[in-house]
Design a protein around this ligand. Structure first.
Ligand code: EPU
Length: 340
């Protein structure tokens, strides 16, 4: 185990913020993770678990030990397996998009809508990644975790994970003790993609695909994302910065009095999801730049680092947007990435 001191995290977070870790270690097995946790206990320093770094805003240097999860491995269980299904065990440190591409090459279907999402496989269940009509929760059998408190490994089934919209047990106080070490997916052998998301089905229809294949869905999702979402390698960002708010009928009626054209989608009974991007866009924030940070000019839900920006500037910008949206529309936006 190689513990480094004062390590820059610039290349380890998708905003590209140049903060440092007091101590840093990259672990490639559960045994190494255990060793790192024991080291932190011995030294009485805090730990910070880092995956792909695509859902974190560092506003300051990290004190204690940053443990970078680099546990690899993609293993399919081909025999025995349930009809039409392929159980797949994936190490938490695998890169998500590369995994999606690999499964398609193997003719294992079901992840195609989740193409081009940055981050690692282990982070996928934490915020229950979702895009274009599919959430990871629908494709998961179980999640393998390590308990920092006890040093034990546990298997949580999908119900244990308490999945919701961009939510899971891992975001609660109880789940904060767990480190995801592997995920167990359940993929399909039938090429029957989900095209229920309107923007996706419209794009596929325009291309003339009446019965699109998973590969065509994958390509189209990549094309749509490529147009709207900035590539973190070029412009630092953490994807959607706010969750889409879920409001009740009364709130929607009030909003529609002045904004009859507001998009809204039925959610849980009596509730509707409205796009935070629409609210932020209408309020005039799209393309707004202050200091070295701003709101992306093609997707108002994405905050970006134009170069030398820092996490504090992002936090201030996010607060200003939040205040403005609350004042204008009476809707409270909730942040998606974690703030440190
Ligand atoms: N819109 C605007 N202005 C904009 C962008 C969008 O008015 O600048 C409107 C669009 O017209 C559309 C609506 O907002 O009616 C929805 O836009 P879009 O389809 O782009 O999706 P989103 O609601 O903004 C969510 C997820 C994305 C995911 C897409 C596709 C959240 C917080 N975000 O975005 O997830 O890729 O749907 O499923 O749920 C992420 O979490 O990092 C992420 C990118």
């Amino acid at each position: 185990m190689n513990i480094e001191s004062e390590k820059s995290l610039k290349l380890f977070n998708s905003f590209g913020f140049d903060v440092s870790a007091e101590f840093f270690v990259s672990v490639s097995s559960v045994a190494e993770l255990h060793e790192a946790i024991c080291w932190s206990k011995q030294k009485s320093v805090a730990t910070f678990i880092l995956g792909g770094g695509s859902n974190i805003v560092f506003t300051r240097n990290v004190s204690g030990l940053v443990i970078h999860i680099a546990i690899k491995g993609i293993d399919a269980e081909t025999d025995p397996r349930p009809a039409d299904q392929i159980p797949l065990r994936v190490g938490a440190g695998e890169q998500w998009h590369a995994l999606v591409a690999t499964t398609l090459k193997l003719n294992y279907f079901g992840l195609e809508n989740l193409a081009l999402i940055p981050g690692s496989a282990g982070a996928a269940p934490i915020q229950n990644i979702g895009a274009y009509g599919v959430e990871i929760a629908e494709r998961l059998n179980s999640v393998e975790v390590y308990s920092k408190a006890t040093g034990d490994t546990l298997l949580l089934n999908a119900a244990d994970c308490q999945f919701g919209y961009r939510h899971s047990i891992f975001k609660t106080a109880q789940g904060a003790d767990y480190v995801v070490t592997a995920i167990n997916l359940n993929l399909l052998t039938r090429d029957k993609p989900n095209t229920t998301y309107r923007a996706l089905s419209d794009a596929l229809t325009r291309k003339g695909y009446l019965r699109p294949t998973a590969q065509q869905v994958f390509d189209e999702v990549c094309a749509i994302r490529g147009e709207k979402l900035p590539d973190p390698q070029q412009i630092g960002n953490a994807g959607s910065f706010f969750k889409n708010p879920i409001i009740d009928r009364q709130q929607l009626d009030r909003l529609m009095e002045n904004n009859p054209e507001i998009p809204h989608y039925p959610d849980k009974p009596g509730h509707f999801k409205v796009p935070a991007a629409w609210l932020i866009d209408q309020a005039g924030w799209k393309g707004h730049q202050i200091d070295n940070v701003g709101v992306h000019n093609a997707q108002a839900l994405v905050l970006v680092n134009h170069g030398d920006g820092n996490g504090q500037q992002i936090a201030i910008l996010a607060n200003n947007i939040k205040k403005d949206i609350l004042q204008r529309y009476g809707v409270l936006l909730e942040r998606e990435p974690t703030l440190y």
